[in-house]
Design a protein around this ligand. Structure first.
Ligand SMILES: *Cc1c(COP(=O)(O)O)cnc(C)c1O
Length: 398
């Protein structure tokens, strides 16, 4: 297969991954979303509106920063950081939430629905909906509501309806079920805004397209600053949106090695991780085909990571294809390495990363000493760590 073929194909497949593993009624609705997206994404008015928001609302382009002290401390390759942590709301998620909100408004949808685990997707979506003037309803497990107090407060202030979910384990999985049930009550008028490059077609394509601004800017900025390309590009992988947004611009650059970093949690030989690529099997999950962590009956396994934004039992279909084609590598970083990178970046560069992003930083720190000083690693710093600061301080007894 040639990677230059349009991805995904007409049916929403990236090789054998992706697609629409959903009932026929829902397939019609998803196709309506796809058609509306393909229509408006080509219009100049939509491109102009989104780009204007990226510039004046999100604060794009985010800088590419040379982490000089970190690089010198490690002794080896130069490490560069794409500062998605500096975006409005503090992470890359606003890039696709704005796109989804504009699409919802264009389609005349009356309510935008989503689930949230740690509250990151909820806050980014509630922000985009406040800006665009849309009703937003976020489903969240009661356990997570207690744990993620600052994000819950933000969502309330931003005016979204927060639906506490009291069934099952009262966490992310139950929130997904609850949000999906609400969506099915009126899928013509509601839209389910998926928070990563997962779910049925067209979401993996659409969310990738909205996130591709990250790689596009990075590639250009890096060439301008360094006069060439980095040897390695690294990003953390939960569902895979920040990683595919970054990788997209480098797919034709044969000299650039792409590495996605999954959470090894308490170790790949324990049940406490969320390494769908390293340990998963081919199967279907939440309406699409991917590598996923599941039991013999095909039920998603409980997953764990110190970074709650990475604990998803599957991974976006395009990543699965890139892995099978050998066009990207997927590595795992455990909680301890992640915490070490979190503290090191904070103390050596004055940048507190999200625990998710610290996985990518940890991988860069691992390989930098094995490379030479005229080589470079570009890391997508997907978000800032304010949300994790109290937890880390408590964990490390600071
Ligand atoms: C949600 C989140 C992630 C994981 O999501 P992807 O879709 O894999 O990018 C990574 N980093 C941050 C800061 C997040 O909030």
């Amino acid at each position: 297969m040639n990677i230059k073929e349009p991805m995904p194909d007409e049916r929403g497949y990236f090789g054998e991954f992706g697609g629409q593993i959903i009932p026929p009624e829902l397939k019609l609705i998803m196709d309506e979303i796809k058609d509306a997206y393909l229509d408006i994404s080509k219009t100049q008015a939509f491109k102009d509106e989104l780009n204007d928001l990226y510039t004046h609302y999100v604060g794009r382009p985010s800088p590419v920063f040379y982490a000089k002290r970190l690089s010198e401390k490690l002794g080896g390759a130069k490490i560069f950081l794409k500062r998605e942590d500096l975006n409005h709301t503090g992470a890359h998620k606003i890039n696709h939430c704005l796109g989804e909100a504009l699409l919802a408004r264009h389609m005349g949808k009356t309510k935008v629905i989503a689930e949230t685990g740690a509250g990151q997707h909820g806050v980014a979506l509630a922000t985009a909906c406040a800006l665009v003037g849309l009703n937003c309803e976020i489903h969240m497990g009661e356990v997570d509501i207690e744990k993620e107090h600052p994000n819950v407060t933000k969502m309330k202030i931003l005016g979204c309806t927060l639906v506490p979910v009291s069934r099952g384990t009262r966490t992310l999985k139950d929130a997904v079920d609850s949000a999906f049930e609400e969506y099915l009550k009126d899928p013509k008028n509601f839209i389910y805004a998926i928070g990563s490059v997962v779910g049925p077609h067209p979401f993996p394509m659409m969310v990738r397209d909205f996130q591709s601004i990250v790689g596009k800017e990075s590639r250009q900025q890096f060439i301008e600053q360094q006069g060439g390309l980095p040897e390695v590009v690294v990003a953390c992988v939960g569902g895979g949106s920040n990683a595919i947004g970054m990788f997209d611009a480098f797919l034709d650059d044969e000299s650039v090695k792409l590495v996605g970093v999954e959470p090894a949690g308490k170790g790949l030989d324990t049940p406490c991780h969320a390494a769908s690529m390293s340990k998963g099997v081919k199967g279907s999950l939440h309406g699409f085909e991917c590598y996923s962590l599941q039991d013999e009956s095909g039920e998603p396994l409980p997953v764990y990571s110190i970074a709650s934004g990475l604990d998803y039992p599957g991974v976006g279909p395009q990543h699965c294809l890139l892995k099978d084609m050998g066009l990207a590598d997927y590595e795992a970083i455990d909680d301890k390495e992640c915490l070490d990178a979190f503290m090191t970046l904070s103390r050596v560069e004055g940048i507190i990363p999200a625990l998710e992003s610290a996985h990518a930083v940890a991988y860069a720190m691992k390989i930098a000493p094995t490379m030479s000083a005229n080589q470079s690693i570009l890391v997508n710093l997907s978000g800032r760590g304010d949300k994790d600061a109290d937890f880390v301080a408590e964990t490390l007894g600071l």
